[in-house]
Design a protein around this ligand. Structure first.
Ligand code: AHM
Ligand code: MG
Length: 337
């Protein structure tokens, strides 16, 4: 079997995907094509993000999405670009998107499903700060040739076939996993290609960065506040962009933890299990990290609705375990008191 890990840095994304596919003699090439379609939409969106200041597409669109949040114009554009690329590519039977309430039905004869946050961190667009796209790919459970069902779309993260993100930052990157390590590709705009730049990405076992919105300090439980205090006592660095993909990517490279806990106002936190947390959890685990809601593995949570939210603790394994211990102590404290 050919292993993609032997491919050198500088390999194009296309060649990487093809080599990976050749390693599986019975692979039909549909997943490979689907990944190419996502990369294509990413390139198109990247171009639009880079022109955002010129194109009169900054700011709110004047409508709210299904969760009552203001939709930015680029959120809408991103949703259209990804839906169109996946529709034209023909390898996806249905999509659920953070920006849409209902399932978007595409080709009933294909076996893959996509859950996507087309543009995450969109409140950062106007400030020229990094933003991202997050996606998960699942295999349908229902019969080929029929419409995808709600049950198809409500699979736990441990059923993901592939997941990834695009980061539109100081350079644009595609980072993804098909369940066999994590690889990162950097976009070269003048050539219009993604090149393998980060091979077999591994998160440091421990880190000194904690990423949390401290503005909600008094909204958090005591255990989270204590954890924040411990981080400060140990002189960890606080780094929080407010753009999940950017914060996650930095911690993946440097070692650290991203926390979005429950707050008094939002007991389930803010982040969406299906569009944001599962994909990053899959990548984190494939890179040697962990992702939990404080009590259980993110990828083992059985979703009950498309837009379900969950607290998220993700990053270097030792740091995520430490937060888990804090929760356990709190639980046992309750039992004994
Ligand atoms: P969005 O999907 O509406 O863009 O919200 C998700 C974003 C994450 O990228 C980021 O980590 C988080 O919201 C920031 O939230 P807050 O401003 O509450 O700290
Ligand atoms: Mg989002």
């Amino acid at each position: 079997m050919t292993t993609n890990l032997g491919l050198p840095v500088g390999t194009t994304l296309d060649r990487f995907i093809k080599t990976n596919q050749d390693g599986f003699p019975f692979a039909s090439g549909e997943l490979s094509q689907l990944l190419r379609d996502i990369a294509l939409a990413g390139k198109i969106l990247n171009r639009e993000i880079n022109q955002a200041g010129l194109g009169n597409i900054l700011g709110d669109f004047g409508e709210t999405n299904v969760q009552g949040e203001n939709q930015q114009k680029l959120d809408v554009v991103a949703d259209i670009r990804f839906t169109r690329a996946l529709k034209n590519g023909g390898e996806v039977c249905a999509i659920i998107s953070e920006e849409k309430e209902e399932i978007i039905h595409l080709n009933p004869n294909s076996k893959y499903l996509v859950a996507i946050d087309p543009l995450d961190g969109s409140s950062n667009i106007d400030a020229n700060v990094s933003i991202g796209t997050i996606f998960s790919i699942y295999r349908r459970k229902s019969k080929l040739g029929t419409r995808a069902t709600e049950e198809d779309m409500l699979q736990p993260g441990n059923a993901q076939i592939a997941a990834g993100y695009l980061l539109y930052g100081s350079s644009t990157m595609l980072v993804y996993t098909t369940g066999d390590k994590v690889n990162g590709f950097t976009y070269e705009p003048s050539l219009g290609e993604f090149f393998l730049s980060h091979r077999n990405m591994c998160i440091p076992e421990n880190g000194k960065i904690f990423s949390i919105n401290e503005g909600y300090y008094y909204e958090y439980d005591d255990n989270i506040r204590n954890y924040i205090e411990q981080c400060k006592q140990r002189k960890f660095s606080a780094r929080y962009i407010g753009s999940l993909v950017g914060d996650f990517h930095r911690n993946l490279l440097k070692g650290g933890i991203y926390l979005y806990p429950s707050t008094n106002a939002n007991p389930q936190g803010k982040l969406r299990l299906l569009y944001e947390c599962n994909a990053l959890a899959f990548i984190a685990e494939q890179a040697g990290g962990l992702a939990t809601d404080g009590r259980q593995r993110i990828m083992d949570i059985q979703p009950e609705s498309f837009h379900q939210r969950t607290p998220l603790f993700i990053g270097s394994p030792k740091m995520v375990e430490e937060v888990g211990e804090v929760f356990k102590q709190q639980l046992s404290g309750r039992v004994h008191s």
